[in-house]
Ligand binder design. Sequence first.
Ligand code: GRF
Length: 218
Amino acid sequence: MSAKRLRVAILISGRGSNMRALVEAARAEDFPAEIILVLSNVPAAEGLAFAKDQGIATAVVDHRTFADRERFERDMQATLQKHGAELVCLAGFMRLLTPWFVEQWRDRMLNIHPALLPSYRGLHTHERALAEGVKIHGATVHFVAPAMDAGPIVAQAAAPVLDGDTPETLAARVLKLEHQIYPLALKLVAGGLARVEGARVRIASEQAAPAGLVWPQA
Ligand code: GRF
């Protein structure tokens, strides 16, 4: 593949299954991004082992070793720059980011959230969706704005909430969709097909009409 691939760093704090989905998608020759770094704020994050096995550079920036959030973020920023990252994907990264850090990556940082934003920002989305009795739940990939779980939406996928669901069964159903839409969103963004226009993301490609519960269509 001759076209230049966008250099992507993935930030994780734990299991890293979304990171894995991105790494696996980026193996395709025509994928417009390459994963050049997996960075964790948690030294014991499970996902680090997978990244190492794949021969991907890894870094740990342990927030507990810094006096304040700003110093932690400046160290992360230096690490990202050292590796030449051009885009950041948050994938289960469990630290709130300051406006300063978000501004460094304006229109160049994606996040995945396990709910159909703007519903259920924050934690425990599946428990809350069940408690409120919604019939449709899902996941969202969005550009990161300073407010928590906010910013222009790139892709969403919806899942039914079934009568017998527990937070765990619902989470598992949504997670499968997360693993579909995060690679899709990264492909669109890295390929220059998804552009931020104000509060919205315009998808600049001829897409089939939405036939299912995932949009945009792959
Ligand atoms: C995912 O549900 C993601 O949407 C949320 O945290 C979880 C991380 O899971 N932000 P994993 O580490 O990607 O497996």
